[in-house]
Ligand binder design. Sequence first.
Ligand SMILES: Cc1ncc(COP(=O)(O)O)c(C=O)c1O
Length: 283
Amino acid sequence: MSRIAYVNGRYVPHREAKVHVEDRGYQFSDGIYEVVALANGRFVDLEPHLDRLERSLRELRIAMPTTRAALVLAMEEVVGRNRVRDGIIYVQMTRGVAPRDHAFPARARTQVVMTAKSTKPHPAKYEEDGVKAVTVPEIRWHRCDIKSVSLLPNVLAKQAAREGGAYEAIFVTPDGVVTEGSSSNAWIVTRDGKLVTRALSNEILGGITRQTLMDIAREEGVEVEERPFTLAEARQAREAFVTSTTSYAMPVTQIDDAVIANGKPGTISRRLRQSYIAYMARA
Ligand SMILES: Cc1ncc(COP(=O)(O)O)c(C=O)c1O
């Protein structure tokens, strides 16, 4: 089946989906995006994703191009035309097309593109053995709370992970504090069984999975602390994992050369992963 993309109100064959060379997303990464998972044909946590999308737009003073209801209809159409039941939809909005000039154009029409694709279940090995993460220096700007398409440091970080045989790269500040993963939020379970993840701020993206997982953990009676933790603490932790729309809760059993605990996914990570997968199935 050929894939269909959405480009500014039109449904076009994926290979013909194009934007203008003076799209400000292309020239300045002046745009934002969202990735929403689909489980059994339904969006997972759609409303919080749309809230974050609208917040990202507001923070950059990019106009929301349609009503939320119209956007959702178009999202459903993209999903339907691509016959996605389990997968993701990617939604990107940029400030518009205008002659190249750093300052905002006087008149610009928000450009919208969407693609959807089916995804395969994670390899069983990830669940059984966990994954490796590498650390990279935190070199990003101070507005990581905006889900901007400006992802060059994240691209370099993920490439470092790829080259290091790892699943994810974790950003660490010069004073040794973990911020988040290149495309995920980072968590540890301390020796005394507390779940720790960094509090929301301009230094991290407020992950939708982060919030849902936190709610699930609290419902299950796990104590959650929102505070920064150091790389040293993570290396000594009882468990570590990362969360995202596409990774769910992914156990991390090695950080650089340090094996976490006994090198196997811990009980809390495993349980929360299962609870999150069950939550997705109920979406
Ligand atoms: C930098 C960063 N942090 C965290 C996340 C996790 O966010 P979410 O759970 O909403 O997918 C992502 C997702 O892509 C990300 O790019």
